[in-house]
Write a protein that binds this ligand. Structure first.
Ligand code: IFM
Length: 447
């Protein structure tokens, strides 16, 4: 028996999102999103870049699907751009936008890959932001349900799963507390209100999709990390506990326990969600899910005396995030102990590295090492009883990394943005091999 052999039905996938790869920002009736607008604000995105063209995936769909099939990918996690489907976020649906995702879903199925759809990966139709302050408004949750139901009606019997939201923490916190992401608000209260409406929209959408007879498994995707104090001091330990409550429990507790964590509520004080919570909301939010998606990149390293650099035993990525594979095992076993969970998918995991394309090759050994160690950490969690059904590498290809523009490369496929040429990095070849063998590199295996 080798130590890191995965079960035959383990889902090996790759992930992307619409705004980060599609480009074709004005094609076929697509409406504008808050990210189109945000990218136009000077200073918000590195080099003033945007997703206008990105990887031009919209026009290169067949080529990209072939590439995935050649790698032996079993499942593809993508997001649907709400502004392509419903340009103003309410009212008429856009048949041409739907047709693109029909080609995508059918193209995956034809090639034997499972489509894992996400409804919202941050590209809110701009009209909803301009006319009703986007997710600050409870009504946006109902607009989301309308859009979700349309997707359910068209794709509900063809996709392998539907996730409502990708990383609501990013939408709420980075978009509304720090202003680092669209729409660029800097208000704690707005962030708390937005988070509540995102959770509400998730529960409402699940109920509506089920009532409509959608058979695909339904869930949500959360970005999560374990939190460690920089020292054993009670102050640092308390700081870690608070960060965990704000980052992980703020979403997990409402979804699985019907409340926000007190520790974080106290920290928010008057800026919390209390003004927008209505009777019955937690029952809606807690609607049972068929799966939970977890995106894992690094751990939280907390100190009561301000930011401290973690030790970085395995180094740091090009985002300057600490590589901390064992955090994935810790996170998964902790969640398993704290909540009554449905099956889990690791819906994103990966790293940005400084890749160089030379003689048609990208030697991204650090990325291979990263994937290898994290998959081993995942396997350790499975051994300890956590039900993990699959893993999606972030990302299939280099793409628009939000406020970091095109500077940060997360792909296992290199994209030359001037020519749109795709080149398999060494990590893609390694992944192809891992999928074929259902196992990791020889050096992490116990024979
Ligand atoms: O690129 C992002 C993705 O959109 C959401 N999860 C984290 C990735 C890397 O930052």
């Amino acid at each position: 028996m080798n130590k890191y052999k995965f079960s035959d039905d383990f889902v090996w996938g790759v992930a992307t999102s619409a705004y980060q790869i599609e480009g074709a920002a004005r094609a076929d009736g697509r409406g504008e999103s808050i990210w189109d607008e945000f990218c136009r604000i000077p200073g918000k995105v590195v080099n003033g870049e945007s997703g206008d063209v990105a990887c031009d995936h919209y026009h290169r769909l067949e080529e990209d699907l072939d590439l995935m099939a050649d790698l032996g990918i079993k499942a593809y996690r993508f997001s649907i751009a709400w502004p392509r489907i419903q340009p103003d976020g309410k009212g008429a649906f856009n048949e041409k936008g739907l047709a693109f995702y029909e080609r995508l879903v059918d193209g995956l199925l034809k090639r034997g890959m499972q489509p894992f759809a996400t409804l919202y990966h941050w590209d809110l139709p701009l009209t909803l932001q301009q006319t009703q302050q986007g997710w600050e408004s409870r009504d946006t949750a109902y607009r989301f349900v309308e859009y979700a139901r349309k997707i359910g009606r068209v794709f509900g019997d063809r996709v392998a799963s539907i996730a409502t939201h990708n990383e609501p923490w990013c939408t709420a916190w980075l978009g509304n507390a720090t202003g680092y992401f669209a729409p660029g608000n800097e208000s704690l209260k707005k962030a708390a209100h937005v988070a509540h409406h995102l959770l509400l929209s998730h529960g409402l959408a699940l109920q509506a999709l089920r009532a409509d007879g959608v058979t695909a498994p339904l869930g949500i995707v959360l970005n999560q990390s374990p939190a460690h104090g920089a020292t054993d001091s009670p102050e640092d330990q308390a700081a870690a506990s608070l960060e965990y409550a704000k980052f992980v429990r703020w979403y997990m507790d409402p979804l699985f326990k019907g409340r926000y964590p007190n520790e974080a509520l106290q920290w928010y004080g008057d800026n919390g969600p209390q003004d927008v919570i209505r009777d019955g909301d937690f029952d809606i939010i807690g609607t049972p899910m068929d799966f939970l998606g977890i995106n894992y990149y690094t751990r939280i390293y907390a100190s009561a005396s301000g930011p401290k650099r973690p030790p970085g035993e395995f180094g740091f990525t090009d985002m300057d995030w600490e590589v901390y594979p064992q955090g994935l095992t810790e996170l998964l076993t902790q969640l398993n102990a704290d909540y009554d969970l449905p099956p889990i998918f690791i819906t994103e995991n990966g790293c940005a590295t400084k890749d160089v394309l030379e003689n048609g090759q990208v030697q991204d050994d650090d990325r291979i090492e990263f994937y290898d160690r994290h998959l081993a950490a995942l396997a350790d969690a499975v051994k300890q009883g956590v039900d993990v059904a699959g893993y999606f590498a972030w990302s299939l290809m280099d793409n628009f990394e939000w406020a970091s523009g095109y500077d940060k490369r997360f792909g296992m496929v290199h994209v030359d943005y001037a020519t749109q040429q795709r080149t398999l990095k060494d990590s893609a070849l390694w992944y192809r091999d891992a999928i074929a063998r259902h196992a990791l590199r020889a050096n992490t295996m116990e024979t």
